[in-house]
Design a protein around this ligand. Sequence first.
Ligand code: ADE
Length: 230
Amino acid sequence: NQKIGIIGAMNEEIELLHQQVKKASHFVKAGISFYEGHFYGKDVIFCKSGVGKVNAAVCTQAMLDAGATSILFTGVAGALDPKLAIGDIVISSSCIQHDVDVTPLGFKRGEIPYQARSEYVADKTLVRLAQEAGENLFTGRCLVGKVLSGDQFIASRSVVDELYRTFGGACAEMEGAAVAQVCDMNETPFVVIRSMSDKADGSAHVNFAEFTIQASEHSFLMIQEIVKGL
Ligand code: ADE
C-alpha cells in the first residue's frame, strides 16, 4: 500500500497542502510536525522540513520511518540554466550537493569520499508523471535537469556561472540532494519539483521575496497532478 511523502522547506511551500489535504492525524518527531491524511484518494504524509540539508535529511528519514513509500519534494529554487524564467519548473533528473568539496584529497567537486554515489537519480516513473503534469500545466516552461543543493543562498552571477559550468545544474536550492541521498540510502523513489523564485543573481533576494508565494503555488500544482497520477 503506497503512502506518498511530500516535503517542503518553508511555510509558503506547504501552505496549499495544509489547505487541500484532508488531515487525519499528526505527530512530532525531532521537532518537525508531520501530517498524515488523504489527497485525491491517496494516503499521504507531509511536513515542513525547515531550511537546509540537515533539516531535510532528518525529516526525510523520519518520514520514511513513518512508512512513506516515495518522496516528492515541493518548493522554490534559484535558476542556473539561462533558459529558465521566474515561475518556470525544474523536475530533478538527479540531485547533487554542490557544497561538498574534498578536492584537496583528489575527489571531484560534489563527490562524497568513499560512497557508492554522490549524485542521486530521481525515480523514472515520478519523473515521467511530472513531465506529463508539466506539459499540461506549464507548456514550454518546464525542464528536466540536475538539481544542485547546498547550505548557501546563491545570489551572485559569477557563482551561477561557475555552478552551471562545473555541474551543468538547472537550479540551486538547499534541500533536494539531502532528501535524495536519504532516499538512496533507504532504496526509496523520489523526485524534486522546484519552481524558480529567482535567478540566483544580484537580484535574488528581492525576487525571492516577491515571487516565492507564486512559485510555491506552481510547484504545488505539479505535486497535485503527480499525486493524482500515482
Ligand atoms: N531557493 C530559492 N532561491 C534560491 C537561491 N538563489 N539559492 C539557494 N536556494 C534558493
